[in-house]
Write a protein that binds this ligand. Structure first.
Ligand code: G3D
Ligand code: MG
Length: 216
């Protein structure tokens, strides 16, 4: 692949497979870090925790959505500007449609991904336990040697008072601390913290890519 301009470098960022961090970093340094435009992130978590609802709530109207039949994944694009720093991102958000035979597609799903939201449902405690496995799976299958940024999302907080054994914010915080990742609670129904979740992840991705670039 010939890297000649902005489009190519952003495509490179999206498509890179098993590039070492140093080769990636040196390439980005040559082109200038501010050229990064498009960032692939994935949504992880058990079925019915609210991944698709979170994505839909965040993207609102006017987004591009494609369905990748071979992967069984929905794939959506949104351009957004982080509130400070004026860094413009074009999110490429991958969201598996349903829960197909995931082990067969996950390599392609995680390929080139620079960050993830791993979602659990605060009304179903087993989904938080499984969130740990999701994180490990993402790190194992990602294209980077370093652990890519993940934000743990406790979703459906609007339903917390309707069940007896709902997870508390402390439960999620504890898991996030154990895994060394960020944490936030959301409701895709009311919209609470949905924007913040993506912004939080965006900041972590900036830190991550800056760190990669400093290594060269
Ligand atoms: P998934 O993509 O993780 O499989 P979905 O999950 O986004 O398809 O959501 C599964 C169900 O949970 C949907 O209900 C959806 O409306 C609901 N849901 C998602 N997020 C929230 C939330 O924050 N609060 C509440 N109350 N419900 C939520 P249906 O009935 O359409 O299957
Ligand atoms: Mg879904």
């Amino acid at each position: 692949m010939v890297i000649t301009g902005k489009k190519e470098i952003s495509d490179f960022y999206c498509n890179c497979q098993s590039k070492s961090s140093s080769s990636l970093a040196s390439l980005v340094k040559v082109m200038g870090a501010e050229e990064i435009r498009r960032i692939k992130i994935v949504l992880g978590g058990d079925g019915a925790v609210g991944k698709t609802s979170i994505r839909r709530r965040y993207l609102g109207e006017g987004f591009t959505q494609q369905y990748l039949q071979t992967l069984g994944a929905d794939f959506a694009l949104k351009e957004t500007v982080l509130k400070d720093g004026n860094i413009r991102f074009r999110w490429q958000i991958w969201d598996l449609a349903g829960q197909p035979a995931f082990h067969e597609v996950r390599k392609a799903y995680f390929k080139g991904c620079l960050g993830a939201l791993v979602v659990y449902d605060v009304t179903r405690p087993e989904t938080l336990e499984n969130a740990e496995k999701w994180c490990e799976d993402i790190w194992e299958n990602s294209s980077y040697q370093e652990k890519i940024p993940i934000v743990l999302i406790g979703n459906k907080i609007d339903l917390r008072d309707t069940v007896n054994d709902a997870l508390t914010p402390e439960d999620g915080k504890k898991m996030a601390e154990k895994l060394g990742i960020g944490f936030l609670e959301t409701s895709a129904k009311t919209g609470e913290n949905i924007e913040d979740a993506f912004e939080f992840l965006g900041r972590k991705i900036i830190e991550f890519t800056n760190k990669l670039m400093q290594r060269t």
